[in-house]
Design a binder for this molecule. Structure first.
Ligand code: FE2
Length: 298
């Protein structure tokens, strides 16, 4: 393998994306809402690319996952192999009792992931924009490694809720460096299932850890203390944001999103970045082939 060309990328990066006030908000709340971080055109290009990828996906082989007795095993295998692939996952309510899709394939997928940021040129370019690299540096990721990406559809009518969780439960380093970059590709509202966050909740410590042991996974409870009950009000705050907004999420921040019962989809793209200086324990579910370790922004 030839050495990558030396570029002047660092010279072209803004020195800092965040103002001192935004840095203080990040430290205090564990999340940041950055409006107009990406253009509407950039959002549209990602939506367009997702449609192309979805068109090319044949659900036949995967649909069987939901209609066989070995559903969980097959699902695990499909899921566990998605760390360096682009795989599609259905909404829970996508199938009827007979195992048939209730609506068109394009309206039945929950998300796809988890390596389009490396394997697809459109997603790679979106994920490696210089401003994002500068922002990652701003929030302390000195040696960023782009570990995981998800394209989330939050489909009209059947978009599933995501219960309160911390991203570090599902992707972790020692010490904790996981940072989520959540891009609203469409307006996110209370009606179509916007994010909700628990301000300051990143100081509560990690509650659960999803661990892989070979081809099985388990959830370890590290702290029995529950998150505050979610009742659609304080202490949680809704993050109703417009298309093009970037929400940055500390890996320990409790957050969730409600179901989408509206006629409008709520597409979002998430990228999870860790710091290469931290240890990435082998019992993370997400594994990369030795030949394709996680890369940075260049
Ligand atoms: Fe999350």
């Amino acid at each position: 393998m030839t050495a990558p060309a030396v570029t002047a990328l660092d010279d072209t990066l803004p020195l800092s994306v965040l103002s001192p006030g935004q840095r203080a908000t990040w430290e205090r709340d564990g999340f940041l809402v950055l409006e107009d971080f990406v253009s509407a055109e950039a959002c549209d290009s990602l939506i367009h690319r997702s449609v192309e990828l979805l068109d090319a996906f044949d659900p036949g082989s995967v649909q069987s996952i939901f209609s066989t007795k070995n559903q969980s095993r097959t699902t695990d295998s499909y899921f566990l192999g998605s760390g360096y692939d682009i795989r599609f996952f259905f909404e829970e309510e996508a199938f009827d009792e007979a195992g048939r899709l209730r609506q068109d394939k394009a309206l039945s997928i929950n998300k796809f992931g988890h390596a389009q940021h490396d394997l697809d040129p459109v997603f790679s370019a979106f994920s490696r924009q210089p401003r994002l690299a500068a922002l990652a540096r701003d929030v302390g990721l000195a040696e960023p490694r782009l570990m995981q990406s998800m394209y989330i559809f939050k489909q009209p009518f059947i978009g599933g809720e995501v219960v309160c969780h911390q991203d570090s439960t599902f992707l972790y380093t020692e010490p904790m460096t996981v940072t989520g970059f959540w891009f609203a590709l469409q307006d996110a509202t209370l009606e179509n299932g916007c994010l909700w966050a628990l301000p300051g909740g990143h100081r509560l410590g990690l509650k659960k850890l999803f661990r892989r042991d070979g081809d099985t996974v388990r959830m370890d409870v590290l702290d029995e203390t529950p998150f505050p009950d979610f009742a659609g009000k304080a202490p949680y705050v809704p993050l109703e944001v417009r298309k093009g907004t970037l929400v940055v999420l500390h890996g320990l921040l409790p957050h969730l999103s409600g179901p989408n019962r509206s006629p409008f989809s709520r597409h979002a793209y998430t990228l999870h970045v860790v710091d290469g200086r931290a240890d990435y324990p082998a019992d993370n579910w997400l594994r990369r082939p030795d030949a394709h370790p996680a890369r940075g922004f260049d």
